[in-house]
Ligand binder design. Structure first.
Ligand SMILES: Cc1cc2nc3c(=O)[nH]c(=O)nc-3n(C[C@H](O)[C@H](O)[C@H](O)COP(=O)(O)O)c2cc1C
Length: 186
């Protein structure tokens, strides 16, 4: 796939099947992430890769988060939370590792770099014929989940990237006209 086609046609895939990306594919995903624009070369990101029992452990964290939000939650809802990570054979959590009060690089720039790293992973997934979807949901901001994943106070969980083999077809791309979004000063 040529670069412009990839950039114009990237699309999320919610239906994801086993197997998870293999080591070579993952290496290519991370290399794409590491080419994110990065002011002052802070590399303000880290990644946690979940597969197999790791997905169960993440599900347990989700259930713990729900229980803290609602101590009377019923087993059905707890189970639903536990199963959420099982929607894919692999999840990569992208975490912005923020250096607070940096003299040159404000927080927003560090968050944007980590977001670009996540986008790099999505693009590299599609380039390799894999399916991918960026999710957050309330869990990305939940204190129990943040603590369980070892986030420092200034860090942000930018997203959970669900990855796997394409389990369906991409939905049609929306028709968008660039001129609706562009103002020209010339
Ligand atoms: C930061 C971020 C968080 C997102 N979180 C969710 C989410 O929790 N659930 C969801 O269905 N889509 C979420 N999305 C949107 C999807 O990843 C996807 O972009 C959207 O469904 C549009 O599909 P497309 O990427 O094929 O255009 C999120 C996107 C971003 C950038």
């Amino acid at each position: 796939m040529d670069a412009m086609t990839l950039l114009h046609e990237r699309s999320s895939m919610g239906k994801l099947a086993a197997p998870a990306p293999d080591r070579d594919q993952l290496d290519a995903l991370y290399r794409a992430a590491l080419r994110a624009p990065d002011h002052d070369a802070l590399t303000p990101w880290r990644f946690i890769e979940f597969s197999g029992e790791g997905l169960d452990r993440l599900g347990e964290l989700y259930a713990k988060a729900e229980q803290r939000l609602n101590p009377h939650i019923d087993d059905g809802h707890l189970d639903a939370a536990r199963k959420k990570p099982k929607r894919a054979p692999m999840i990569i959590a992208v975490i912005a590792k923020v250096t607070p009060d940096h003299p040159k690089v404000p927080r927003i720039e560090q968050l944007l770099s980590a977001g670009c790293a996540a986008h790099g992973i999505l693009l590299a997934a599609q380039a390799q014929g894999l399916g991918a979807m960026w999710r957050t949901g309330h869990y990305a901001f939940d204190p129990t989940v943040r603590e369980g994943l070892g986030l420092a106070e200034d860090d942000e969980l930018v997203g959970f990237l669900y990855l796997g083999q394409m389990g369906g077809r991409h939905k049609p791309l929306p028709e968008r006209d660039p001129s609706d979004f562009v103002e020209r000063w010339s």
